[in-house]
Design a protein around this ligand. Structure first.
Ligand code: FE
Length: 185
């Protein structure tokens, strides 16, 4: 990447200040909290949940989260019957606008291959053990489509505000390699 940047800057095709600004934005300003707000709203507002089902890109954009790597979003709803998890087998496609920069493991060759060949084993390494009756579906992210997993809403959170619920939503739970946190009682 460094070499590529050097060539592009040398040719006057990119401005290094612009590159730094983009990196700073996604490293420090955009993070998984955007996605957590989307999830909490999906849990608490039936209309918004429906809007996500109809057109996730537009619904997410309506919250101000749009742009790079979120041009075509789809949401995957985890249920007790079906657990969805996301990988990019080819490279590292990831919805930056809602989740920030991808974690290092997401880009690693072992995750990219093993998420497909042995998803339950990978999940167990993330500390997630699902009942045998829960079907695991693995989605391959591409340049065309980016996924956001809506984790199962934890029990015991009835009546919670979207703001409080968002604190239970972890980055990994929106990739499908984790579950939402249990409320502390
Ligand atoms: Fe990719």
């Amino acid at each position: 990447m460094r070499a590529l940047e050097t060539i592009l800057v040398g040719k006057g095709l990119v401005d290094p200040a612009a590159v730094d600004l983009i990196i700073d934005t996604y490293e420090n300003k955009v993070g998984p909290r955007n996605g957590a707000q989307v999830v909490a709203r999906a849990w608490t507002e039936a209309d918004f949940a429906q809007a996500l089902r109809d057109d996730a890109t537009t619904a997410i954009e309506s919250m101000g989260f749009a742009g790079r790597q979120a041009e075509h979003m789809e949401v995957l709803w985890n249920t007790p019957d079906t657990h969805n998890m996301v990988v990019c087998t080819l490279c590292s496609c990831y919805p930056w606008a809602v989740l920030g920069l991808p974690p290092v493991w997401y880009k690693s060759a072992p995750y990219r291959s093993r998420a497909v060949s042995e998803p339950r084993k990978v999940l167990s390494e993330f500390g997630v053990t699902l009942p045998e009756s829960t079907k695991v579906k693995v989605w391959d992210s591409t340049a065309e489509v980016r996924y956001l997993v809506i984790p199962v809403r934890p029990e015991g959170t009835e009546g919670w505000s979207a703001e409080a619920l968002a604190d239970l939503v972890t980055r990994d739970s929106m990739i499908g390699t984790g579950l939402a946190k249990e409320p502390v009682t």
